[in-house]
Ligand binder design. Structure first.
Ligand SMILES: Nc1nc2c(ncn2[C@@H]2O[C@H](COP(=O)(O)OP(=O)(O)OP(=O)(O)O)[C@@H](O)[C@H]2O)c(=O)[nH]1
Ligand SMILES: [Mg+2]
Length: 296
Protein backbone atom coordinates (compact mmCIF):
# COMPACT_ATOMS: atom_id res chain seq x y z
CA UNK A 1 0.00 0.00 0.00
CA UNK A 2 1.44 3.39 -0.93
CA UNK A 3 1.98 5.93 1.82
CA UNK A 4 0.35 9.35 1.85
CA UNK A 5 2.28 11.99 -0.07
CA UNK A 6 3.12 15.13 1.83
CA UNK A 7 5.73 17.32 3.39
CA UNK A 8 6.59 18.47 6.89
CA UNK A 9 9.05 21.07 8.10
CA UNK A 10 11.16 19.57 10.88
CA UNK A 11 12.70 22.84 12.01
CA UNK A 12 10.77 25.75 13.58
CA UNK A 13 9.58 28.53 11.30
CA UNK A 14 11.80 31.21 12.92
CA UNK A 15 14.38 32.58 10.44
CA UNK A 16 17.54 30.47 10.51
CA UNK A 17 20.50 29.73 8.24
CA UNK A 18 19.15 26.27 7.43
CA UNK A 19 15.77 24.56 7.48
CA UNK A 20 15.01 20.86 7.26
CA UNK A 21 12.06 19.30 5.49
CA UNK A 22 10.65 15.78 5.08
CA UNK A 23 9.13 15.15 1.67
CA UNK A 24 7.21 12.03 0.67
CA UNK A 25 6.13 11.45 -2.95
CA UNK A 26 6.00 8.48 -5.30
CA UNK A 27 9.57 8.05 -6.64
CA UNK A 28 8.70 9.40 -10.12
CA UNK A 29 7.28 12.63 -8.71
CA UNK A 30 10.09 12.86 -6.18
CA UNK A 31 12.59 12.93 -9.03
CA UNK A 32 10.84 15.94 -10.55
CA UNK A 33 11.61 18.00 -7.44
CA UNK A 34 15.37 17.79 -8.03
CA UNK A 35 17.48 18.69 -11.08
CA UNK A 36 19.78 15.65 -10.56
CA UNK A 37 19.16 11.92 -10.25
CA UNK A 38 17.83 11.04 -6.80
CA UNK A 39 20.54 9.82 -4.43
CA UNK A 40 20.56 6.08 -3.74
CA UNK A 41 18.77 4.91 -0.60
CA UNK A 42 20.62 6.08 2.51
CA UNK A 43 22.84 8.47 0.51
CA UNK A 44 22.90 12.23 0.29
CA UNK A 45 23.56 14.55 -2.62
CA UNK A 46 23.70 18.23 -3.48
CA UNK A 47 20.98 19.30 -5.91
CA UNK A 48 18.75 22.15 -7.01
CA UNK A 49 15.19 22.05 -5.76
CA UNK A 50 13.04 23.13 -8.68
CA UNK A 51 9.47 24.17 -9.18
CA UNK A 52 7.00 22.24 -11.36
CA UNK A 53 8.28 24.08 -14.47
CA UNK A 54 11.94 23.36 -13.73
CA UNK A 55 12.76 26.80 -12.32
CA UNK A 56 15.42 27.05 -9.58
CA UNK A 57 14.03 27.49 -6.07
CA UNK A 58 16.98 26.66 -3.80
CA UNK A 59 20.31 24.81 -3.62
CA UNK A 60 19.77 21.98 -1.17
CA UNK A 61 21.22 18.80 0.28
CA UNK A 62 18.86 15.88 -0.28
CA UNK A 63 19.08 12.69 1.77
CA UNK A 64 17.20 9.66 0.50
CA UNK A 65 15.70 8.24 3.70
CA UNK A 66 13.32 5.84 1.90
CA UNK A 67 12.29 4.91 -1.63
CA UNK A 68 9.58 7.57 -1.57
CA UNK A 69 11.03 9.98 0.99
CA UNK A 70 13.69 12.67 1.07
CA UNK A 71 15.00 14.73 3.94
CA UNK A 72 15.95 18.07 2.44
CA UNK A 73 18.27 20.61 4.03
CA UNK A 74 17.42 23.96 2.50
CA UNK A 75 18.15 27.61 3.29
CA UNK A 76 16.10 28.85 6.24
CA UNK A 77 14.98 32.38 5.40
CA UNK A 78 11.22 32.97 5.45
CA UNK A 79 11.14 33.85 1.75
CA UNK A 80 12.94 30.68 0.70
CA UNK A 81 10.66 28.57 2.89
CA UNK A 82 7.60 30.15 1.33
CA UNK A 83 8.97 29.56 -2.18
CA UNK A 84 9.70 25.91 -1.36
CA UNK A 85 6.18 25.49 0.04
CA UNK A 86 4.66 26.92 -3.15
CA UNK A 87 6.87 24.71 -5.35
CA UNK A 88 6.03 21.56 -3.42
CA UNK A 89 2.32 22.36 -3.54
CA UNK A 90 2.67 22.38 -7.31
CA UNK A 91 4.56 19.06 -7.22
CA UNK A 92 1.60 17.47 -5.42
CA UNK A 93 3.11 17.33 -1.94
CA UNK A 94 0.63 19.78 -0.52
CA UNK A 95 -0.57 17.87 2.47
CA UNK A 96 1.50 18.25 5.55
CA UNK A 97 2.61 14.98 7.04
CA UNK A 98 1.68 14.50 10.68
CA UNK A 99 4.01 16.55 12.93
CA UNK A 100 5.88 13.45 13.99
CA UNK A 101 6.71 12.29 10.48
CA UNK A 102 10.29 11.16 10.50
CA UNK A 103 11.63 10.69 14.01
CA UNK A 104 10.57 14.12 15.31
CA UNK A 105 13.99 14.74 16.82
CA UNK A 106 14.47 18.08 15.11
CA UNK A 107 11.41 19.37 16.92
CA UNK A 108 12.63 17.98 20.22
CA UNK A 109 16.07 19.50 19.63
CA UNK A 110 14.53 22.92 19.07
CA UNK A 111 12.81 22.64 22.46
CA UNK A 112 15.61 20.90 24.40
CA UNK A 113 16.47 22.70 27.63
CA UNK A 114 19.71 21.06 28.80
CA UNK A 115 23.00 20.27 27.07
CA UNK A 116 22.52 16.67 28.25
CA UNK A 117 19.13 16.50 26.51
CA UNK A 118 20.66 17.86 23.29
CA UNK A 119 23.45 15.31 23.52
CA UNK A 120 21.04 12.44 23.95
CA UNK A 121 18.90 13.65 21.06
CA UNK A 122 21.94 13.92 18.79
CA UNK A 123 23.74 10.73 19.74
CA UNK A 124 21.36 8.46 21.66
CA UNK A 125 19.58 5.53 20.10
CA UNK A 126 16.07 6.00 18.74
CA UNK A 127 13.14 5.35 21.04
CA UNK A 128 12.11 6.52 24.47
CA UNK A 129 14.50 8.68 26.47
CA UNK A 130 16.28 6.80 29.27
CA UNK A 131 15.21 9.56 31.69
CA UNK A 132 11.90 11.28 32.57
CA UNK A 133 10.89 12.94 29.28
CA UNK A 134 9.74 16.13 31.04
CA UNK A 135 13.42 17.01 31.48
CA UNK A 136 13.94 17.11 27.72
CA UNK A 137 12.25 20.50 27.68
CA UNK A 138 12.53 21.97 31.17
CA UNK A 139 15.10 22.11 33.95
CA UNK A 140 14.46 20.04 37.08
CA UNK A 141 13.36 22.09 40.11
CA UNK A 142 15.39 21.53 43.29
CA UNK A 143 13.97 23.06 46.49
CA UNK A 144 16.44 23.80 49.29
CA UNK A 145 14.66 23.79 52.64
CA UNK A 146 15.47 23.25 56.33
CA UNK A 147 15.64 25.21 59.57
CA UNK A 148 16.51 28.89 59.75
CA UNK A 149 20.24 29.60 59.60
CA UNK A 150 21.06 26.10 58.26
CA UNK A 151 23.15 27.53 55.42
CA UNK A 152 20.53 27.21 52.64
CA UNK A 153 21.32 30.52 50.95
CA UNK A 154 25.05 29.85 51.25
CA UNK A 155 24.51 26.55 49.43
CA UNK A 156 22.44 28.23 46.71
CA UNK A 157 25.20 30.78 46.10
CA UNK A 158 27.94 28.16 46.06
CA UNK A 159 26.01 26.01 43.60
CA UNK A 160 25.04 28.72 41.12
CA UNK A 161 28.45 30.39 41.41
CA UNK A 162 27.46 33.94 42.34
CA UNK A 163 25.96 35.90 45.24
CA UNK A 164 22.30 35.41 44.28
CA UNK A 165 20.89 35.39 47.84
CA UNK A 166 21.58 37.45 50.95
CA UNK A 167 23.44 35.53 53.62
CA UNK A 168 23.63 36.50 57.27
CA UNK A 169 24.25 35.00 60.67
CA UNK A 170 20.82 36.26 61.67
CA UNK A 171 18.17 33.47 61.45
CA UNK A 172 15.16 34.39 59.33
CA UNK A 173 17.08 36.28 56.63
CA UNK A 174 15.42 34.70 53.56
CA UNK A 175 11.70 35.22 53.11
CA UNK A 176 11.01 35.11 49.36
CA UNK A 177 11.73 32.10 47.22
CA UNK A 178 15.06 32.85 45.56
CA UNK A 179 15.82 31.03 42.32
CA UNK A 180 19.05 30.46 40.43
CA UNK A 181 20.29 27.95 37.90
CA UNK A 182 23.20 25.57 37.82
CA UNK A 183 24.28 22.82 35.45
CA UNK A 184 25.25 19.39 36.80
CA UNK A 185 26.72 16.84 34.38
CA UNK A 186 24.96 18.61 31.51
CA UNK A 187 21.56 18.92 33.20
CA UNK A 188 20.15 22.35 34.01
CA UNK A 189 18.80 22.49 37.56
CA UNK A 190 16.60 25.32 38.81
CA UNK A 191 17.55 25.79 42.46
CA UNK A 192 15.00 27.35 44.80
CA UNK A 193 16.20 28.74 48.13
CA UNK A 194 13.49 29.32 50.73
CA UNK A 195 12.64 30.78 54.12
CA UNK A 196 14.04 28.81 57.06
CA UNK A 197 11.64 26.89 59.26
CA UNK A 198 11.35 28.01 62.89
CA UNK A 199 8.56 29.22 65.19
CA UNK A 200 8.27 32.97 64.69
CA UNK A 201 5.90 35.84 65.46
CA UNK A 202 7.26 37.84 62.51
CA UNK A 203 4.42 38.11 59.97
CA UNK A 204 6.73 38.45 56.96
CA UNK A 205 8.75 35.45 58.02
CA UNK A 206 5.55 33.43 58.45
CA UNK A 207 4.48 34.48 54.94
CA UNK A 208 7.85 33.28 53.65
CA UNK A 209 7.40 29.93 55.35
CA UNK A 210 3.97 29.54 53.73
CA UNK A 211 5.60 29.95 50.30
CA UNK A 212 7.69 26.87 51.00
CA UNK A 213 4.60 24.66 50.86
CA UNK A 214 3.82 25.76 47.30
CA UNK A 215 7.46 25.36 46.34
CA UNK A 216 7.36 21.78 47.63
CA UNK A 217 4.47 21.06 45.27
CA UNK A 218 6.34 22.14 42.16
CA UNK A 219 9.76 20.77 43.18
CA UNK A 220 11.07 17.63 41.51
CA UNK A 221 13.36 16.97 44.44
CA UNK A 222 13.58 18.53 47.92
CA UNK A 223 16.94 18.91 49.63
CA UNK A 224 16.44 19.32 53.36
CA UNK A 225 19.46 20.67 55.18
CA UNK A 226 19.96 19.22 58.66
CA UNK A 227 22.44 21.28 60.71
CA UNK A 228 23.63 20.05 64.12
CA UNK A 229 20.55 19.54 66.27
CA UNK A 230 17.20 17.87 65.71
CA UNK A 231 15.83 17.86 62.09
CA UNK A 232 13.29 20.60 61.41
CA UNK A 233 10.73 20.53 58.60
CA UNK A 234 11.94 17.34 56.90
CA UNK A 235 9.33 15.18 55.16
CA UNK A 236 9.45 11.59 53.95
CA UNK A 237 11.08 11.50 50.54
CA UNK A 238 13.30 14.53 51.17
CA UNK A 239 16.96 14.14 50.36
CA UNK A 240 18.55 14.82 53.78
CA UNK A 241 21.90 16.61 53.88
CA UNK A 242 24.00 17.04 57.01
CA UNK A 243 24.65 20.78 56.80
CA UNK A 244 27.41 22.80 58.44
CA UNK A 245 29.12 19.42 58.61
CA UNK A 246 32.32 21.15 59.70
CA UNK A 247 30.57 21.75 63.04
CA UNK A 248 29.29 18.18 63.40
CA UNK A 249 31.08 15.38 65.19
CA UNK A 250 32.92 13.45 62.45
CA UNK A 251 32.34 9.78 63.31
CA UNK A 252 28.73 10.07 64.54
CA UNK A 253 27.48 12.23 61.69
CA UNK A 254 29.33 10.37 58.98
CA UNK A 255 28.07 7.02 60.24
CA UNK A 256 24.54 7.62 58.96
CA UNK A 257 25.90 7.52 55.40
CA UNK A 258 24.03 10.73 54.69
CA UNK A 259 25.12 13.40 52.29
CA UNK A 260 27.33 15.99 53.94
CA UNK A 261 27.76 19.63 53.07
CA UNK A 262 29.96 22.36 54.43
CA UNK A 263 30.62 25.68 52.77
CA UNK A 264 34.10 25.48 54.26
CA UNK A 265 34.90 22.04 52.86
CA UNK A 266 35.75 19.06 55.08
CA UNK A 267 39.05 17.39 55.94
CA UNK A 268 40.25 15.75 52.71
CA UNK A 269 37.29 17.08 50.65
CA UNK A 270 37.03 20.42 48.95
CA UNK A 271 33.82 22.40 48.71
CA UNK A 272 33.72 21.60 44.98
CA UNK A 273 33.91 17.87 45.70
CA UNK A 274 31.08 18.13 48.24
CA UNK A 275 28.97 20.04 45.71
CA UNK A 276 29.69 17.37 43.09
CA UNK A 277 28.45 14.70 45.53
CA UNK A 278 25.25 16.67 46.15
CA UNK A 279 24.77 17.09 42.40
CA UNK A 280 25.28 13.37 41.75
CA UNK A 281 22.75 12.48 44.46
CA UNK A 282 20.19 14.90 43.00
CA UNK A 283 20.65 13.49 39.47
CA UNK A 284 20.32 9.94 40.80
CA UNK A 285 17.08 10.85 42.59
CA UNK A 286 15.73 12.44 39.39
CA UNK A 287 16.88 9.47 37.25
CA UNK A 288 18.97 11.78 35.06
CA UNK A 289 22.04 9.99 33.66
CA UNK A 290 25.16 12.19 33.50
CA UNK A 291 25.58 13.72 30.05
CA UNK A 292 22.17 12.44 28.95
CA UNK A 293 23.33 8.82 29.08
CA UNK A 294 24.38 8.83 25.43
CA UNK A 295 27.51 6.90 24.45
CA UNK A 296 30.73 8.91 24.91
N1 LIG B 1 30.36 26.78 59.89
C1 LIG B 1 29.57 26.96 58.82
N2 LIG B 1 28.87 28.11 58.69
C2 LIG B 1 28.06 28.24 57.60
C3 LIG B 1 27.96 27.25 56.62
N3 LIG B 1 27.09 27.66 55.69
C4 LIG B 1 26.66 28.86 56.07
N4 LIG B 1 27.24 29.24 57.23
C5 LIG B 1 26.99 30.46 57.97
O1 LIG B 1 25.73 30.32 58.61
C6 LIG B 1 25.03 31.56 58.63
C7 LIG B 1 23.67 31.41 57.95
O2 LIG B 1 23.89 31.15 56.58
P1 LIG B 1 22.70 31.32 55.52
O3 LIG B 1 23.18 30.73 54.26
O4 LIG B 1 22.24 32.73 55.49
O5 LIG B 1 21.59 30.41 56.20
P2 LIG B 1 20.06 30.21 55.73
O6 LIG B 1 19.72 28.79 55.97
O7 LIG B 1 19.86 30.72 54.38
O8 LIG B 1 19.32 31.13 56.80
P3 LIG B 1 17.84 31.76 56.72
O9 LIG B 1 17.67 32.40 55.40
O10 LIG B 1 17.85 32.71 57.83
O11 LIG B 1 16.91 30.62 56.96
C8 LIG B 1 25.94 32.57 57.91
O12 LIG B 1 26.67 33.28 58.91
C9 LIG B 1 26.86 31.68 57.07
O13 LIG B 1 28.13 32.28 56.83
C10 LIG B 1 28.73 26.06 56.79
O14 LIG B 1 28.71 25.12 55.99
N5 LIG B 1 29.52 25.97 57.90
MG1 LIG C 1 18.62 32.16 53.63
Amino acid sequence: MSRAAGRSWLTPSAPAALAVLRLRLPAGQLQAVLDRPLPAAGRAGVARLQDARGGLVDDVVAIRVAEDELEIIAHGGPGIRAAIDAALDAHGAAHSLPPDAGDGRWRQLAAASSPAAVRWLLTGSAGAAPFPPAFLTRPAVVLITGPANAGKSTLLNAWCGWGRALISEQPGTTRDLVEAETVVAGWRLRLVDSAGMRPTADVLEQAGQELVEGARQRADVVLCLVPPGPPVGARPGDLLVDAKADLQDGPGAAAAGRLRWSALGLPGRTRAELLAELGAAVLARLRLPPGGGAPA
